[in-house]
Write a protein that binds this ligand. Sequence first.
Ligand code: NAD
Ligand code: GLY
Length: 360
Amino acid sequence: MSQRLEVRLAGGRAYPIVLGSGLLGDPEVLGPHTGKQALVVTNAEVAARYLGAVRRSLAAEQVDVFEIGDGERFKTLDTYAAILDTLVAKRHSRSTTVVALGGGVVGDVAGFAAATYQRGVDLVQIPTTLLAQVDSSVGGKTAVNHPAGKNLIGAFHQPRAVVADVDTLHTLPKRELLAGLAEVVKCGVIADAGFFGWLEAHAAEVAALDAGATLHAVRRCCEIKAEVVAADEREQGRRAVLNFGHTFGHAIEALTGYQRYLHGEAVAIGMAMAMALSVRLGLAPGSDAQRVQRLLRAAGLPGAAEGVSPEAMLDAMAMDKKARDGRVRLVVCKGIGRVSVIADAPRKTVLAAMEDWIAD
Ligand code: NAD
Ligand code: GLY
């Protein structure tokens, strides 16, 4: 059972997102997307469950595997360099395909290696977390972290295909699944009030991995992301809306040493702060902020941030890639389903919005 979407980019470029169940063991799905050589980048957790099926389905004559360490702390230049060393050592040519099998960490670092090996080789994303299926595998952002900040080193490199098998979500730890739900909620807030309303009624089914509800949620998020990326591939403007809640969230992650919160959890708190800011600026009604908060809490996501202060967050936010000329740019909500980017939020108001969602 599979469904197919297209991400259409400028210049007639396009790639498919194949969504469904039972895809990883199907040579007809994965086979067409590699040439003679492939390097599967994954980690031990994911490899133990899914590498066998993927390996059997790839049509390449030479399939090598590189396992990275598990977790955000391995999204580094060292890991990136080790992937490149493997490509060189195994004599991969310019027509090789890097296959990223795993969550957003694997996808981002493997994607960056694909973007730069011999000035760019093909990349196939096989996302196995909810976050990666609804967000990171689509759109071509690749990166590694620098001690000074998240995703500071990277490149845009669109995949040749994305294959999202929702069956893989059944082995995902519950906390990771719920963190992914934060990005699903984000899709509703930024682009589709109807989908947000659907989530209010069906988020529990997605959290329980009901097949129909999960596929609907993943598909709608991929459609929204594809549409935004098609309009602004390199984030000259509109694409920044995908970062709703993320500027606050990235600061929370950095200040808590990437240890206390999963990315999606920090984004959930960041969305609460972004809604508080939007209400304080008179852009969104308080009732919308309450709806977002209710949905996030019902999804089991954290409420207030611990271990951060508003001032320290503002300092960390100055490092954000969206900051221009020293001004922090923030995505605000103008009513569920509509967002825009502002650069002129008064400092006092931003601090107060963060204060609203920092635990005493
Ligand atoms: P992750 O990649 O660390 O995966 C989460 C955990 O789940 C890991 O321990 C992993 O080993 C495990 N796992 C993965 N799939 C599994 C499965 N099917 N069964 C059991 N365990 C499984 O985290 P993530 O949330 O997927 O990704 C977060 C990363 O994505 C961050 O680095 C973030 O910056 C990045 N990101 C990138 C973009 C983008 O556009 N490129 C967008 C959003 C987030
Ligand atoms: N996750 C933000 C983006 O892809 O632009």
